[in-house]
Write a protein that binds this ligand. Structure first.
Ligand SMILES: CC(C)[C@H](C(=O)O)[C@@H](O)C(=O)O
Ligand code: SF4
Length: 470
């Protein structure tokens, strides 16, 4: 048989029908649902008198709209309250397991899937959410779908899909202290651009990737979509299996051993080829800070804010000019001179236990700068609890951070957590679009360590040169 990539193997296992020149029909193993992109889909089912094809393969949580403060109070925002109520009602009516506002397993959909062991190697996973690519860290084929497709999957458990092309992103070298998975993926996007991987599924390979923990791998796959890719994947290995063993929904005992043998077969075969290839070495990557209004507008902490003339095309020059104006930045300013008003540690990119540990290590026995307001929003209630058991919350609170309940929060400001006009934020999230964290708000994407150091110093600092206890 012709050597195949990880993506091709998972794809082949799920094609139900493939007519020449047409999209394939894929079987979907897991459908994750949240409150923003599901109400119309459930309405559609009702309208056509349809039931759910596989309620047992459908799991819902509420994350985008949920308050991160006291949850016993009613939700003030009418749209948020309506979406949350609709999800409760729909899940009840259609028999879907829901982790609601008061569930100990509630959290951002891409954080709870892996932590519950729902996300497994070789699965096809969809959700009405672009960052579904996160789950590819386990060697699943996981991608975001639109609301009409959500309805289609609810009704049929299948999806029409054009076969994507493949791209290998190989990261060579080792990660030195201060450099993180977030810096790798921001550097990849800065290099290839936000459309660089359009129409492809990325497979991340190389020594640096193999040495990453599962949580770090999720950070990488999470942002694949910001490079334009359909999905990002990493071949499952011992790190993956160790993470999954004992997770509530993962196979157990003999079944786990059998599953492991099967999952091992998913790795890309020797001699398989990709349609495109990008190679980076960690030696050439420094901690990253975005300066503009797209995740590709990023640079190194040791660098300066670029000017429009540094870009070759007229359209790049125009978008740079506009981004600098929106961000209130002057070309030539050293990145380390940029002062921040707010720090947000959270989102499905960087709100897991290891992220919180990394940030806590930086801030321990220090104080948040007097002109900065900083908050930590754990990705799930389970992350929150685990962090509290280790005393991380106390480190954050002692330093002057707020410690909140889990959800998307200020990643996209659909709840009450927003930036004010012109407020500047060091954020561990994945999108820095205009208005993303609140109208007129200015977002700089960074790693949790870099965000923590910015909270303390009040401006960006090179974490590698900054003294912190390791
Ligand atoms: C609300 C949802 C549709 C959206 C997405 O698809 O990604 C959100 O999660 C985001 O990060 O912008
Ligand atoms: S945390 Fe942000 S990126 Fe992730 S699902 Fe929520 S809104 Fe989207």
């Amino acid at each position: 048989m012709k050597p195949r990539t990880l993506f091709e193997k998972v794809w082949d296992r799920h094609v139900i029908e493939q007519e020449e020149g047409k999209p394939a029909i894929l079987y979907i193993d897991l459908h994750l649902v949240h409150e923003v992109t599901s109400p119309q889909a459930f309405d559609g089912l009702r309208l056509h008198g349809r039931a759910l094809r596989r309620p047992d393969l459908t799991v819902a949580t509420m994350d985008h709209n949920v308050p991160t403060t006291n949850r016993s109070l009613p939700i003030a925002d009418a749209t948020s309250a309506a979406q949350i109520d609709a999800l409760v009602k729909n899940c009840k009516e259609f028999g879907v397991q829901l982790y609601d506002l008061h569930s100990p397993q509630q959290g951002i959909v891409h954080v709870i899937g892996p932590e519950l062991g729902l996300t497994l190697p070789g699965k096809t996973i969809v959700c009405g959410d672009s960052h579904t690519s996160t789950h590819g860290a386990f060697g699943a084929l996981a991608f975001g779908i639109g609301t009409s497709e959500v309805e289609h999957v609810l009704a049929t458990q299948c999806l029409q899909q054009q076969k994507p092309r493949t791209m290998e992103v190989r990261i060579e070298g080792k990660l030195l202290p201060g450099l993180t998975a977030k810096d790798i993926i921001l550097a990849v996007i800065a290099k290839i651009g936000t459309a660089g991987a359009t129409g492809t599924v990325i497979e991340y390979t190389g020594e640096a990737i193999r040495n990453l923990s599962m949580e770090e791998r999720m950070t990488i796959c999470n942002m694949s979509i910001e490079a334009g890719a359909r999905a990002g994947m990493i071949a499952p290995d011992e790190t993956t299996f160790a993470y999954l063993e004992g997770k509530p929904e993962a196979p157990t005992g003999k079944h786990f051993a059998e599953a492991k043998e099967d999952w091992r077969k998913l790795a890309t075969d020797d001699g398989a080829s990709y349609d495109q290839q990008v190679i980076l070495n960690t030696a050439d990557i420094a901690p990253q800070v975005t300066w503009g209004t797209s995740p590709g507008m990023g640079t190194e902490i040791t660098s300066r804010v670029p000017g429009p003339e540094e870009f070759s095309t007229e359209s790049e020059q125009k978008s740079t000019r506009r981004a600098l104006e929106y961000m209130g930045l002057i070309p030539g300013t050293p990145i380390t001179d940029i002062e921040v008003d707010r720090v947000f540690i959270g989102s499905c990119t960087n709100s897991r236990l290891e992220d919180l540990r990394a940030a806590a290590r930086v801030i321990k026995n220090r104080q948040v700068s007097s002109h900065v307001k900083a908050m930590v929003v754990p990705g799930s209630q389970q992350v929150k609890l685990a962090a509290e058991e280790e005393g991380l919350h106390q480190i954050f609170l002692d330093a002057g951070f707020e410690w909140r309940e889990s959800g998307c929060s200020m990643c996209l400001a659909m709840n009450a957590d927003t930036l004010a006009d012109k407020e500047r934020c060091a954020s561990t999230s994945n999108r820095n679009f205009e208005g993303r964290q609140g109208r007129g708000g200015r977002t700089h994407l960074v790693s949790p360590m870099m965000a923590a150091a910015a909270a303390i110093e009040g401006h960006f600092v090179d974490i590698r040169q900054w003294e912190f206890i390791d």
